[in-house]
Write a protein that binds this ligand. Sequence first.
Ligand code: ZN
Ligand code: ZN
Length: 343
Amino acid sequence: MKVAKVYSLDDIRIEDAPAPGVGPGEALIRMKVCGLCTSDMIPWYVARKVPAVLGHEPVGVVVEVGRDAVGFQEGDRVFVHHHAPCFTCRLCRRGFFSLCQVWRASHLVPGGLAEFVKIPAHNLRYDTLRLPDGVSFEDGSLIEPLACSVKALRRARAQAGDIVLVIGLGVMGQLNALLARRCGAKTVIGADLVPYRLEKALSLGADAAVDVSKEDLTERMRELTGGLMADVVIVGPGSVDAMRSGLACVGQGGTVMLFTPSGPEERLEITPHDLYFNEVTLVTSYSCGPYDTREAMELIDQGVVSAEQLVTHRFPLEETAEGFRKAKEAGASLKTLIVMDET
Ligand SMILES: [Zn+2]
Ligand SMILES: [Zn+2]
């Protein structure tokens, strides 16, 4: 079978690899669609993984089921989460699935950017979801990214009546803005410097979009909120500048959500005095767990989020390198999908 193997972000090769064999409790899927994730574009993050077949937003059709595999059969249309927790360790019991050692060690074989993918028994059992009839393969490829938003909004405790600021309006920012509205936010404000992304946020229902290449975000937030600032700030970019900007825009009793990690060496200065007397919460959200993927699929089934809103580019597996190039340039684009098979 063909796989797209990433050696570096500028060196992605289409290679032949044997299709994985299926053992007890496992299943094989023929890939249909796999989204390219923003995290796959972060150089230091990718450098830790390569060479590898990346792709962790996969949907496909089950073509083979191993002995003792329960709950799935040939022909099932499925989303597969590349990580699944053990449900028994201390961190799982406390609800921190993405910190579970089993979750971290679990993975698909070889990865989503391939013609066929083996679902290990653990992933099949704990985080493989059959797609509802109304959810297309392209919609299904949004389950994993949307699940990351579901988790982040929950951890940020976004609630009805909130003023929510979303910094960075790539596909994750757009998902966060859509979900903030769904949580009952009274005012949703987006910030970015790409006109296409600002307009997209407005067309998807944001109340205001601030072009940070032209306007000072803190000043503009003060105007837009009558001095209240934001109850929840979701900082999309993994840059310390964006995080600093998020801290400057949060109001009293508010929460700053760091949605993306910075590099390991970077430092962010905070003023504990201000955090304390304004009761500001700083919180992070890493990836997503099995309850988040289920909720995300439900939201997609209800039409809250769809591929039609967010997918701007599609490439066949052979053109994965071009897909990465497009996703990396972060211009007039949102979601880039690799489409293995459109039927
Ligand atoms: Zn991802
Ligand atoms: Zn665990």
